[in-house]
Ligand binder design. Structure first.
Ligand SMILES: *[C@@H]1O[C@H](CO)[C@@H](O)[C@H](O)[C@H]1NC(C)=O
Ligand SMILES: *[C@@H]1O[C@H](CO)[C@@H](O)[C@H](O)[C@H]1NC(C)=O
Length: 439
């Protein structure tokens, strides 16, 4: 009897220790440029270069160039949103780059072999009473691409990892498990979350982050570990006061009700061989004003070799289109806009001279619609035009880039004040206009 009880308790302890329970949590994320006091012109410039950097990282690497760890000349950070969480008991705050394109959750850990500078103290495992190792044979360890077993200082087996990103950034350390607290409330603590304790971290980390929180489709991502059937995000306006944004994991549908529009739903598609972590969607076409761009559907669809296709990515600012599609979009804008093209040196965006900023601009630029399988993204003007002042002149620029590859990436500038739901359980993506600062 006693033995049986002990066995049950042991099994319970193992399951609690090595696998997080299903949870419903709300996480606060901040836009990387929030509170820096930048002008719109500066925000636009930074958004544009981050988006290009991100696209360059997501696009061609899988096929060609080998990754050189740590060597990233002239690189620009590509963080867009920072998630504020805490790890350990008592909770130690961390701020992690939200990344729907990768799966590992990691933060820099003491003792550091090589750590980049961060504003917060490094996570110190010795200060956490709930910190625990993860066995090599665990699913968490085995789901790494190259798991390896090492001896921990305490003589136990430990799971070592080395995780690299397409831009050459690398984190090396051990997979460990600890309690994660969301939004500062211990009521939202989830026990036994596996994460990378990074002792040796190199790359460009200049956005006040302490690590990365992977939201991709792999086993180690936060949504997978919390065993939620869905997650959603609602990004507030990027310019202006820049209020915190919310990421909801496994929360009820009533949060999703909106009086501002009809919920649009499109299937999520997988691309296991090439990019198993990415969230692919089926984009069919784009309409600018009265013109459906003369692009064959195949320009947006996944090829047999895993190349091409369309993904939705929280880590990309401006939407990135294949070069030829972008050219057609640009022509369609120039043909239908009621404003004069205004070339801005040092900005590759298509910009127009805008009437004095205070005057209303109902239809000075054509409408923009993205047609997905079963869903239409009808963008409000502020989700594709960026208003700024260039040398005393009001301008408005198209916040869409040519990425240079064959993949289309739907970025987060296009998703402002839009509640976007990743319904993982049913393989669907839904979105609806929302007032994100009120969510
Ligand atoms: C960086 O992080 C620290 C600690 O959370 C915070 O106090 C500071 O305001 C942040 N700085 C920027 C520029 O985001
Ligand atoms: C998300 O998952 C939770 C937990 O399973 C469920 O209660 C909720 O209704 C789902 N939300 C949506 C919007 O489907």
């Amino acid at each position: 009897m006693c033995k049986q009880l002990a066995l049950v308790l042991t099994l319970l302890a193992i399951s609690l220790g090595h696998a997080a329970a299903a949870a419903s949590v709300r996480m606060k994320v901040m836009h990387v440029d929030a509170g820096r006091g930048l002008t719109n012109r500066e925000l636009l410039q930074r958004l544009s270069s981050r988006s290009k950097a991100r696209a360059a990282r997501l696009l061609p690497k899988a096929a060609s160039a080998p990754v050189t760890p740590g060597a990233i000349p002239g690189a620009v950070p590509d963080t867009e949103y920072l998630a504020h969480l805490a790890i350990g008991t008592p909770p130690q705050p961390v701020q992690l780059t939200l990344d729907t394109g990768s799966d590992l959750v990691w933060t820099q850990c003491r003792p550091c072999i090589s750590c980049f500078r961060q504003a917060l103290p490094y996570f110190d495992p010795s200060l956490s009473s709930t910190f625990a190792g993860v066995p090599c044979r665990s699913t968490a360890c085995q789901s790494l691409r190259k798991p390896s077993c090492v001896r921990s200082p305490r003589g136990q087996q430990a799971c070592a990892y080395s995780y690299s990103y397409a831009d050459g950034s690398v984190t090396i350390g051990r997979i460990e498990a600890d309690t994660v607290t969301f939004d500062g409330h211990t009521a939202t603590a989830v026990t036994g979350v596996s994460f990378g304790c990074g002792h040796d971290n190199t790359g460009i980390f200049e956005s006040n982050e302490t690590g990365i929180v992977g939201f991709g489709r792999g086993f180690l991502s936060l949504p997978s570990q919390l065993k939620v059937g869905n997650f959603s995000h609602c990004f507030t306006t990027i310019t202006g006061a820049a209020a915190p944004s919310a990421v909801l994991l496994g929360l009820p549908a009533n949060l999703y009700n909106s009086a501002r529009g009809v919920v649009q739903t499109t299937p999520l598609v997988r691309n296991p061989p090439r990019n198993p972590n990415f969230y692919y969607v089926s984009l069919r076409g784009i309409t600018v004003g009265s013109t459906r761009l003369p692009v064959p559907e195949s320009a947006f669809t996944l090829r047999d070799d895993g190349d091409g296709g369309t993904i939705i990515d929280s880590g990309t600012g401006m939407t990135s289109l294949p070069e030829d599609v972008y050219k057609l979009m640009r022509e369609a804008f120039v043909a239908q806009v009621r404003l004069r093209v205004y070339n801005v040196r040092s900005l590759s965006q298509l910009c127009f001279a805008a009437p004095s900023s205070s005057t209303a601009k109902p239809d000075d630029v054509p409408k923009l619609l993205f047609h997905f399988e079963g869903a239409t993204l009808d963008l409000p003007r502020e989700n594709y035009m960026f208003d700024a002042v260039e040398e005393g002149r009001s301008i408005t620029c198209l916040a869409i880039n040519a990425g240079g590859g064959s993949m289309t990436i739907v970025g987060n500038y296009q998703q402002q004040n839009m509640h976007v739901l990743y319904d993982l359980a049913n393989g669907k993506l839904s979105f609806v206009p929302a007032q994100c600062e009120k969510l």
